[in-house]
Write a protein that binds this ligand. Sequence first.
Ligand code: PGA
Length: 255
Amino acid sequence: MRQKIVAGNWKMNGSRAFANDFVSGLNRAVLSDDVEVVLCPPAPYLATVSSQIKGAKVGAQNVYFEVSGAYTGELSSQIIRDVGCEYVLVGHSERRALFSEDDELVAKKVKSAIGSGLKVVLCVGETLDERTSGRLEEIISTQVLVGTGLLEPQDFASLVVAYEPVWAIGTGQTASPQQAQEVHTLIRLLLSNVAGKKVAENISILYGGSVTADTAAEIFAQKDIDGGLVGGASLRLEEFLVICDHCANTIVGGR
Ligand code: PGA
């Protein structure tokens, strides 16, 4: 059965005090065993968040593919693991758009992070232009196939995919549940072509893009949506917990 996951991506937000308060609040909350909750704070807070957090996991927002060396400003998978992370986001659209990450670089990061024992959340998604010009399928296929292109069959057990339409990120414009399900179906089909049907059936595919307490339940009720990658709403503890509850209350594989 697929693991349900809600990951909170704080992006470049928060402070040490905010992280401490948030984690204390999260530790006091009752989290369902049915959902893996993952917090992705800015890198300097990873160590303290992982040392304090109970019942949830910690993820980094980015990683470099080399093991160590002269790569100023970068973090290796080993360093990320060393400070207590189990997850890492790779290929977020902001990394692709603002920091010129292409699919080949994403593929190297995915491979090396999984090789080091991390679980990778590979983020894919089309811009509005790409969608309206009929290139949705081509863009998603390329991002999924190239992004996972260096993986060996056994690596897929550590892979999570997040579908995040760029036009829905931070805009308040969530994809409709049908639009999201359509792309999740495509992603599962692509994964099935490269890794086999059985393996693909067990890969969690998350939706991200303006997920809120109001939109989460309907999105998570879709057959191929196994949770969410939450940005803005993950900075509001109460709302984040409601989103986690909505995920816990859905049945994997749809109703
Ligand atoms: P958002 O961000 O929830 O603020 O739209 C999602 C993401 O970028 O992961």
